[in-house]
Design a protein around this ligand. Sequence first.
Ligand code: CO
Length: 461
Amino acid sequence: MAKNPVKITETVLRDGHQSLVATRMRIEDMLPQLEALDKIGYNALEAWGGATFDTCLRFLDEDPWERLDTLKANLKTPIQMLLRGQNLLGYNHYSNDVVEKFVQKASAHGIGVFRIFDALNDVRNLKVAINAALACPEKPHVQGCLVYTISPVHTNEKFVELAKELEEMGCHSVCIKDMSGLLEPYVAYDLVKKLKEALKIPVELHTHCTSGFGHATYLKAVEAGVDIIDCALAPFSSDTSQPCTETMVAALEGEERDTGLDRQAMTPISKHFLGVKKRIIDEFKLKGYFDINPNVLDFQIPGGMLSNLANQLKEAGMEDKYQDLLDEMPRVRKDVGYPPLVTPSSQIVGTMATFNVMSGERYKMVPKEFKDLARGKFGRTPVPVEKEFLTKTLGIPEDEIIEDCSIEDAKGMTFEQFKEEMKQKGYLNPSDEDVLSYALFPQVAEEFFKKHFKQITAYVK
Ligand code: CO
């Protein structure tokens, strides 16, 4: 056994299928291999959060809370979830009590690792979720994220400062969240070295192979002392997903930082998931593969979104606009102060770029969410957005420009108000979990409740 083995967090149950097959994996696809996955000795199994919650309700006819219960009943390995700070798993900012309630419930249902990030790296948006997770009686591991991006204003030194802030806030570890695979191997080496020198808590690295750097970036990060890397089993690895688990285990075998994990034990699990992947691609008529593209360094679209975008354009018969869209993304991003592109900023910038390309005139039609991002509703952008762009180009009145997003959060609907709204719609005694599903995705949750009214005391209509 190596003295300082690299730990692996397995993402096949969350990011792997979110990145490659639009998050369409069902609990039935997972169940047959949970026992085997549990025996591998992973640091954690990422299996909840991100887009899984929405997809469960919207496309898979599954209650995400029940999925979590099933996972918990079958796993001893800590279950990791990805949480978008004040956004939770939705696309808006929620009031503090909704955030707290959600974190408490997720912990009670079995989340062992909370990976928490904010799209703008604005720590004010992380505070409530981090504090709520730290206060949970189940004592989950709480991890804060550096959402990695490149721009004229982002440097490794700045990321180290942010990491120190997260450590001071009480996080048990930090994760470099490189959702678009922008982190180059030698930059990773430098960043991990600096983080390891500056921090007492472990450093984890999460990347995607979108640009083709993935495995090389992990190797350099391992050399620099990274504690944990996120990998996906072969069928759900590479392309826009994580580097491959088996490959990384093999690459480190017999070396100083040997993971000690049994590669042979992974073969039957991967075989099962290869079948799952093929079935999902057929069932949902997905493209199913993505070519690595070093130009991601310019257009910066996270893995999951790239697969959605490709499928959407295909449906609209507008495949020929794909390159125009990729070119417009960095221009829109600059206009709005270089936000890292990750949910929800990636969707917001992506939609704006799509509108610009399709209408042939920039900012002719501007979605509300884009105005909100520009005027500061989601927090501070890395570079302040130019006033003239806000008022003249987007037509935002000066008194609607927001300085402190936490004041905005306080104006959101409270948990009790969501519950009351459900009652008025005829759901007489909704569970807390149902209220949270409803708070995050009102229409989608209602459609789901109509089909599964066993979960609510009464559905009148
Ligand atoms: Co990811």
